[in-house]
Design a protein around this ligand. Structure first.
Ligand SMILES: [Zn+2]
Length: 75
């Protein structure tokens, strides 16, 4: 059983773009983005402050690393 709320790779958008239109992704208060440190009103799926573009870039990097390791037979 996977952790509640966590998406698997197959559940992610094929475009790599996240849908953060839900109210849960927005806060009334700006806090530093967990990736770049700039103030943001957005929150990731865990509720941590994160710019959408920063979260998408981080996910893309994870996917790239997994693909590289899979191609090398490491995973
Ligand atoms: Zn950011």
């Amino acid at each position: 059983m996977r952790p509640r709320g966590r998406k698997t790779a197959t559940e992610l958008s094929p475009t790599g773009l996240l849908d953060w239109s839900a109210a849960a992704h927005w806060s009334a208060y700006a806090r530093p983005c967990r990736y770049c440190g700039h103030p943001t009103y957005l929150r990731d799926f865990k509720g941590a402050p994160a710019d959408k573009v920063c979260a998408e870039a981080a996910l893309a990097e994870i996917v790239r690393i997994v693909q590289v390791h899979s191609a090398q037979g490491v995973l």
